[in-house]
Design a protein around this ligand. Structure first.
Ligand SMILES: [Zn+2]
Length: 191
């Protein structure tokens, strides 16, 4: 059962030795869990991300507000039995890349761990990430793939053309590890 593997993984995360840096704990714990999520999601041949109209508009607006720089944020929610990721809230994150903020984004690992912890307190897990492409298509770049590590999560990209949000696409990071990971198109359902 998906719910069982999720809660088991949650337990192992809680039980991590305290000597391990938090960001590392977070990543390795999530990798184990997300691979289970991914196995489950294979049942569904067409991956899907479900968002409320409010959250969808909010992440697009975020890209307009940070234009001409990239915005980034985190999608919190749950994975349904058929593998669909359901977003129940989004959290805006600061872009730590100041050297090239117009085409690079990065979320501070400490901020990520804090958002994950607070989400779990509300019964929400990280199910994806979003960022914007100022004056660039809403397709993932090789840099995006290289920087994507959360297998089983959604990566949402919004193109922002001359300050206005244009196309929003989502991609699921699939595969088993870093060597065979890939970003696959998925359906975005807004309701
Ligand atoms: Zn990108």
């Amino acid at each position: 059962m998906l719910t069982e593997s999720l809660s088991l993984a949650g337990d192992s995360y809680q039980g991590m030795p305290s000597g391990v840096p938090q960001a590392t704990q977070n990543q390795s714990a999530f990798r184990r869990r997300s691979s289970k999520v991914h196995q489950q999601s294979k049942i569904n041949n067409s991956p899907m991300l479900k968002l409320t109209r409010n959250d969808y508009d909010s992440l697009r607006r975020h890209g307009e507000e940070t234009y001409p720089h990239e915005c980034c944020g985190i999608l919190l929610g749950r994975v349904e039995d058929d593998g669909a990721r359901v977003v129940t809230s989004i959290v805006r994150a600061g872009n730590t890349r100041t050297d090239s903020a117009h085409n690079r984004y990065n979320i501070d690992p400490k901020e990520l761990v804090r958002i994950q912890r607070e989400g779990r307190g509300r019964g929400e897990d990280i199910v994806g990430f979003y960022h914007s492409h100022p004056d660039h298509p809403a397709r993932w770049s090789s840099t995006d793939l290289a920087g994507a590590h959360w297998i089983g999560c959604s990566y949402v990209i919004t193109s922002v053309e001359k300050g206005k949000a244009a196309v929003t696409n989502s991609f699921e990071l699939t595969g088993t590890d870093e060597s065979d990971k890939r970003l696959q198109d998925e359906t975005v359902e807004v309701s």
